[in-house]
Design a protein around this ligand. Sequence first.
Ligand code: 3HC
Length: 704
Amino acid sequence: MNTAHYDTHGNVAVIRLDNPPVNGLGLPLRQGIVDGIKKAEGDSAIKAVVIIGSDRAFSGGADISEFGTPKMLGEPNLLTVINYVESSSKPVVAAIGGACMGGGLELALGCHYRVSKPDAQISLPEVKLGILPGAGGTQRLPRVIGAEHALNMIVSGAVMPAKMFNGSALFDEMVDGDLLDGALSFAHKVVSENLPLKKVRNLKAKHANPEGFFMFARNTVGAVAKNYPAPLKCVDAVEAAVTKPFDKGMEIEREAFAHLINTSESKALRHAFFAERLTSKIPDVPSDTPTRDIKQVGVIGAGTMGTGISINFLNAGIPVTIVEMKQDGLDRGIAAIRKVYEGRVKKGKMTQEKAEAAMALVTPSLTYDDLKNADLVIEAVYEEMGVKESVFKKLDEVCKPGAILASNTSTLDVDKIASFTKRPQDVIGLHFFSPANIMQLLEVIRGKETAKDVMATAMKLAKTIRKTAVVSGVCDGFIGNRMINQYSREALLMLQEGATVQQIDKAIEKFGFAMGPLRMADMAGGDIGFAIRKRQYAENPNMKKMVVADRLGEMGRFGQKTGSGFYRYEPGNRNALHDPEVDKVVDEVRKELGITPRKISSQEIVERCVYALVNEGARILEEGIAQRASDIDMVYLTGYGFPVYRGGPMHYAEEVGLLNVVRAMETFAQNPDAEPGFWEPAELLKKCAAEGKRFDEYATSKNQ
Ligand code: 3HC
């Protein structure tokens, strides 16, 4: 296991990579390849070598989990392995099927010949991890498919089917039948025809006008890469492939790789890679837990959420029955869905036939009776417990046994909702984010009694509808909204204390959020926040009031939809414009509260907003609402526009240093306007900071 197996087929040796699931090129596997090559070299009966992987992957590339550890450079490192292969005195044939990515493709390019299944997935995706191919990919790929194609692939990390390159020097043959048989017969041909040891390094990477092309590439790539340093380094390296000797190009690639792997951007992207895959794992729900079949879905409510949710299932080919109370609401909902599909057809993103096929899967209905065959029903009705009670009682009556009953609530107690039914084990929260057909995040709310197979089904279904599902326990606001309340609160309080609307949004946007908190509030609609604050003030009379925001709410300034909020908007235009009226309100409120405005730096704005997220995140973790810190990061990366190159709030805090975060919080607590106790660090945060541990590391060490 984790290594390579060596056997012989007549005069051909076969090195089979065996490091499931995707043959990541970890140290034992690298050693196995080198051992195999040495063995073949030492056996005079062997005339050629085939390197082959599994059906799933020739190789998914370097083992990313080794990055940043001594194992990554441990000999034989990947460059050494590829040198061994390339300098073998016996021809080496790569037999490629499944994923052939990153270091996997680089290994294949070091072989003398390559045969491939037409549907093998070819890619140099390193840029998505904030690095560039570091084992010769930037030098060899341009030599086989040309500089322009290679640069496009390297800069985008795009995955291409092997058949796209049929006829290029990347592949010598496409194999339609059994890959090993095809590779063996190709190797026999090489031997019998005494074909030469072809080395990609000896080819020329050509471009008719390198100077113009790379200048253009640098401008274009630089304009989109913004906060990511890797893409421009890719341009430098591919340029070197065209303009410099192979060994010099390798040196340039190696230097760039060594630099990029230590950047905070790469660390964040690698964190996100693993975090994304971890979210689907629930420790007490093993991956072989049986799931329920979801062949028919019911959605209650044909408003914005209900229609958005429905589209996800229609896109996946799952029929949806949408139930509304009144015909006109139902008609509006169906028209809204049709409009989405028409838009996609118009933009060329979908064919007319596919759009019609999706629409044909919708059954509009005015009665719950039509839900009796549904395997899953999701309610997306008004956010009020009484309304949910009547919906779930009705569902309990009409739905078949085993149907999953889901609420799209964003705040309410899913356990209470479950208690309205006689089958709480079948009840779950599926919290979609608006627009539900576009946003990647799905919070899966696990109630006290939610059955394990219901959880497993929800996680599987999320993959079917291409969502990133993150499990959350039951609490007010679940993971995402519970945290964002603290972040928005800080923004609103700083507005009272001395910052301007523009300054707050600018600081947060410069940090990398897609939108500052006040612009976001205007977009989402201030009425929801206004209502939530009123409830919170009633529940917690000592809570610091966000008076400016409340005053704007009282004035009916609910953001874009009312033409004004923290900004003003021209009719039909979403551009946020400075509004002196708001400045006036801010001044009045400061006077009323006796606040002498002080200068608030961008650093304070960012730290107070982000550390408020982190502290609440730590509480959510210690309460067991989130399974792990990386899940919280995924919520923020996929649902709240947190900059991906910062890896999510918890990862970001760990990079800043949790002790530094705690110290900053202690400073904020000294602020005369601070609410007593608000900046008290969560116990978990304090412990991790004191022990120098990362959040998830602390949880793991505690469980050992
Ligand atoms: N290293 C370590 N683990 C890897 C890995 C890699 N390169 N690629 C995938 N894995 C792991 C995943 O973390 C996951 O682990 P889990 O089962 O514990 O969750 C498991 O393999 C399966 O991965 P997926 O769930 O993603 O499986 P899919 O079948 O959906 O996709 C894949 C397979 C297309 C290979 C996809 O995993 C992928 O894109 N992997 C990353 C490829 C990549 O970025 N390669 C470049 C690595 S960097 C490099 O090579 C540097 C070199 O230039 C020097």
